[in-house]
Every structure is written in C-alpha cells, then in structure tokens.
Write a protein that binds this ligand. Structure first.
Ligand SMILES: NC(=O)c1ccc[n+]([C@@H]2O[C@H](COP(=O)([O-])OP(=O)(O)OC[C@H]3O[C@@H](n4cnc5c(N)ncnc54)[C@H](OP(=O)(O)O)[C@@H]3O)[C@@H](O)[C@H]2O)c1
Length: 284
C-alpha cells in the first residue's frame, strides 16, 4: 500500500506470540559492511521496515547504525539477527547474542534465529535453550530457527519449552521445499523465504517472464508476489535503490490462480545454498 510519500509500506503478518512482522524485509547477506548503513537508510526511506541481518554477514554495525540514524522510531522497525554456527552451545550462544546487540548498538532485536542446525554437532537443543532464556529476558521479541528440516524440527520440538516462531529457509520457484514449509506451519511457525528470487537465477525462467509481461510487472515482482500470495515473509537482497523499490512494490502485484500454479510447477531441485542436513561451516 502506498504511503503519503509515494513509496510502499509493507503489510504485516502476525507471529504465534502476537508480534507483527512486515511481510517484505531487506536481506543483508553480501551487502558490503561499508555500504550497509546507507543501504538500510535508503530502504527505510523507500518504505522498508524489516531487516534481515546475521552475525555471519559481518555488517551488524552498519545495520544498527542505519536503524539508529534512519529517522523512523525503533518500535516501527523489525530487526532480525542470527547466531553464527561457531557459537552454538548454551554459554557461547548467550555471549554471542550479547556481542550482536553490542555491534548493533540496540537494546533488543525483534527476532533472533539459530542460523543453521548443524545436526552433526548435536548442539541445537542446548543452543535453543539459550534462545529461550534470551526471549524470557525481553531482549529478543521473538525467537526462531533457520534451515531446520522436518526431522530436525520434530526433534527440537520434543525438547522445546518455547516453540520457535519462525523458520527461515531457502525457497524460490526452482527450490520450493514444501516439506519444510508444511512441517513449519504445522508447528505454528511463520515461514520466511530466503533467496526468494533464487539469487537471480529464477528471473530468467521463460514462464516467470511470460507471467511478468502479462501482469505488467518485472520478473522479480512476479516471483515475490507468488511468495506473498502464499503468506511467506520474503527478504530479497539488493544494494540498488531502484531494485529495492521494485521488490517492495511486489505487494501491489496481483497474480491469477493460473499464474500461481504455473510458478508452482517450476520446482527443479535447484539449491543455491548448502544442504541444511550437512552444512557445518563455523563461520556461517
Ligand atoms: N538463513 C540463511 O541461511 C540464509 C541464507 C541465504 C540468504 N539468507 C537471507 O536471505 C536474503 C536474500 O537471499 P539472497 O541474497 O541469497 O538471494 P535473493 O534475494 O534471492 O537474490 C539476491 C540477488 O538478486 C539481485 N536482485 C535483487 N533484486 C533484484 C531485482 N529486482 N531484479 C534483478 N536482480 C535483483 C541482487 O543483486 P543486487 O544487490 O546487485 O541488486 C542479488 O544478486 C539474504 O540477503 C539473507 O538476508 C539467509
């Protein structure tokens, strides 16, 4: 929906604990550290209110600086950061969260996620216990997981006192991971699609391009509108102002049921990131 400044305000969905999350956020992976503050400020000016950061992205300082300098009240902004793999484990996770808050220069984050489960290390349950404590302290308004598969979700739920509110995983037309989506929703989680345009790969698909031409939108907007029609939170990344505006304006694109079914049919098993069952890089 357009605001008074002729830019788009993203609409929200509600997490299981009642916290509202804007459906469109800006992904910050690979945004250079020295460009992050400016990118965040540009995005806020265009109407973004949600930012997806991580300790592993090495730009939490710039994210926090942008949030503090942007001129919009903290309570109107939604900030996510994530626990780096190498800091899994109860004590390390608590310390890593404090370090993230310090780097951000913020009193709280809106969402804190375990970045990858790394099942081989067997630490995600004790790590989750640390996130439960952080949530109880009020310094993360919501907590969740990323890259958790159905089997790992089921294992975590057996031990969890507080259920995760979000699962963030790779989702785009050529890798939809419907099994993860179904298991996440069944457990009451909101689904966040990362790499929502498949890192640009899916923009070249002829079906996506035909639908975009028919609806008078860009290929990126067609894909993002497809996600939104299925109530997924999306966090496309761009460092270009015109693309930031384009991606946010996907909220204005209406696709038909046939368009949605045609994009559904593009599943091709094309992974852009590591397999969550085996990814174990400490620096991620
Ligand atoms: N939890 C996890 O493990 C995990 C993993 C991966 C990603 N993520 C999150 O998800 C976010 C998004 O994923 P992603 O960065 O992998 O992929 P993405 O958002 O699907 O694609 C980003 C790429 O597409 C380009 N792009 C953006 N908008 C465009 C448009 N309208 N038209 C044409 N090209 C466009 C960007 O280039 P320019 O910047 O040059 O415009 C960039 O190269 C990340 O930034 C991160 O926050 C999380």
């Amino acid at each position: 929906m357009k605001n008074g400044h002729n830019c788009y305000m993203s609409t929200t969905t509600t997490l299981s604990n009642g916290i509202e999350i804007p459906l469109v956020g800006l992904g910050l992976w690979q945004v250079p550290a020295d460009a992050t503050q400016k990118t965040v400020e540009d995005a806020v000016e265009l109407g973004y209110r949600h930012f997806d950061g991580a300790a592993a992205y090495k730009n939490e300082d710039g994210l926090g600086a942008g949030i503090r300098a942007c001129g919009v009240g903290r309570e109107e902004l939604f900030v996510t950061t994530k626990l780096q793999n190498g800091n899994q484990g109860h004590a390390k996770a608590l310390k890593a969260f404090d370090t993230s808050l310090e780097r951000l220069g913020l009193d709280y984050v809106d969402l804190y996620l375990i970045h990858w489960p790394v099942p081989a290390w067997g630490l995600y349950v004790e790590t989750w216990k640390a996130l439960e404590e952080i949530y109880a302290s009020g310094r993360a308004k919501a907590i969740g997981i990323a890259n958790f598969t159905p089997r790992i979700i089921a294992d975590l739920l057996e031990a969890a006192d507080i259920k995760p509110m979000v699962n963030q995983f790779e989702s785009h037309p050529s890798l939809q991971q419907r099994d993860i989506e179904t298991a996440s929703r069944a457990a009451g989680m909101t689904v966040e699609a990362y790499s929502p345009i498949g890192r640009g790969v899916d923009l070249h698909n002829s079906v996506v391009q035909e639908i975009a031409a028919a609806r008078g939108c860009s290929p990126a907007q067609a894909i993002l509108a497809w996600h939104l029609a299925q109530n997924r939170v999306i966090i496309p990344k761009s460092v270009h102002r015109e693309r930031l505006a384009e991606n946010l304006a996907a909220t204005e694109v209406a696709l038909t049921a046939e368009d949605l079914a045609r994009i559904d049919s593009l599943e091709a098993g094309l992974r852009q990131t590591g397999d969550p069952e085996t990814t174990d890089h400490p620096q991620l």
